[in-house]
Design a protein around this ligand. Structure first.
Ligand code: ATP
Length: 359
């Protein structure tokens, strides 16, 4: 039986540093939930608190309606997959996967059935008699996955499981994990620093920075509506332009961006400097026009179904724009003058620190 995981005001302190600072999350039953963030943000620490390898210094964590703070790791019925596989080198593939079931004193016939089922799921049944040293990294990781699921855990925890694999294998394993997780409907918490992997694999993501959860949402929500400039920068690419609120009237707020005035409906009556965030595909480009946000092409790069441009604005700032055009053979040349069109429903306005989105 899979379980919902609730994390309430969870804290982990090392010395005087809060590695996990008041985390609040509800991971729904059967979802694949990712903790994403740069190195040192606290994602592994939080995962290890859920696993029971780290004590909890404040708040509580529950599986279903049972608080598990004081339950030791081996009694939490979790499956765990690590970056370094951590399979037993001296045991055959079969015995590696059977290990947790033997420890639970399950009948031999049942063990046989469940191990072979788990090996089938990760497409490794034909390797059951091999030793780990005779397997590739990707195959060893599939064994680690089989070993984690064979015990029918309440919660599956995965700590950077694909980081040691090469790029192509990482993408293949991503799909295997995703399908398996959906088939088994097993509540899964997945840790990665790789934003693309997080977007590809997750039902929902929590973005972390310096021990603090920054935003929780589906991959689309996080990508489309980053709640601060750190998130917009860490996930995908964002251009950040300086702007200034010059007037508020019944039509909204007028903002000056490099002498181009745009009208936005900001959610509060913020005044002063702002940061305007726009992704490369959220900016349109046209031949230069009067009274627009103008710049000059630095370089255009043909990338298949779009052209990526670096454009230098009058103030020297470089902006990245992706142009999706029917006539892909026409690439604007270095030095060409262009206008950048920002549409108010596609860009984000942040306060001057970049910490708060204003619409
Ligand atoms: P990475 O991807 O590099 O593993 P992470 O986001 O998983 O990073 P954590 O390993 O959770 O980060 O570490 C969070 C913070 O806690 C870091 O500043 C780290 O130095 C600190 N930390 C982690 N474990 C300990 C420990 N046992 N003692 C002291 N500080 C620790």
């Amino acid at each position: 039986m899979s379980h919902q995981v609730v994390i309430k005001n969870a804290v982990k302190i090392y010395g005087d540093y809060k590695a996990v600072n008041n985390a609040n999350l509800t991971i729904k039953e059967g979802e694949l939930f990712t903790l994403l963030g740069p190195s040192g943000c606290g994602k592994t620490t939080l995962l290890r608190m859920i696993a029971g390898f780290n004590s909890i210094d404040g708040g509580h964590i529950s599986f279903g309606d049972k608080v598990i703070n004081d339950i030791p790791a081996h009694k939490r019925n979790i499956g765990m997959v690590f970056q370094n596989y951590a399979i037993f080198p001296h045991m055959s593939v079969f015995n590696n996967v059977a290990y947790g079931l033997k420890a639970r004193k399950i009948h031999k016939d049942e063990i046989n059935k469940r191990v072979m089922e788990a090996l089938e799921m990760v497409q490794m049944a034909q390797f059951k008699d091999r030793q780990p040293s005779q397997l590739s990294g990707g195959q060893q990781q599939r064994i680690a996955l089989a070993r984690a699921i064979v015990i029918h855990p309440d919660v599956l925890l995965m700590d950077e499981p694909l980081s040691n694999l090469d790029a192509k294998l990482r993408v293949q394993m991503r799909t295997i994990i995703r399908k398996l997780q959906k088939d088994l409907k097993i509540t899964t918490i997945y840790v990665t620093h790789d934003q693309e992997e997080a977007l590809a694999i997750s039902d929902r993501i929590a973005v972390m920075k310096l021990g603090v959860i920054q935003q929780v949402g589906t991959p689309v929500e996080i990508y489309k509506d980053p709640q601060n400039t750190f998130i917009g920068d860490f996930i995908g690419t964002s251009n950040y332009l300086k702007g200034k609120v010059i007037e508020k009237n019944s039509n909204g707020t007028r903002i000056n961006i490099n002498n181009k005035i745009i009208n936005m409906n900001l959610k509060n009556d913020y005044t002063g400097e702002v940061i305007v965030g726009a992704r490369p595909e959220e900016i349109m480009i046209t031949d230069a026009k009067k009274d627009e946000l103008n710049g000059e092409i630095v370089i255009g790069t043909f990338l298949g179904d779009f052209i990526n441009y670096e454009i230098r604005l009058a103030n020297g700032q470089i902006v990245e724009v992706n142009e999706y055009t029917k006539d892909i053979s026409h690439i604007r040349k270095s030095g060409d003058k262009v206008s950048l069109i920002l549409s108010s429903d596609r860009i984000h306005i942040y306060d001057s620190t970049g910490e708060e989105v204003l619409l």
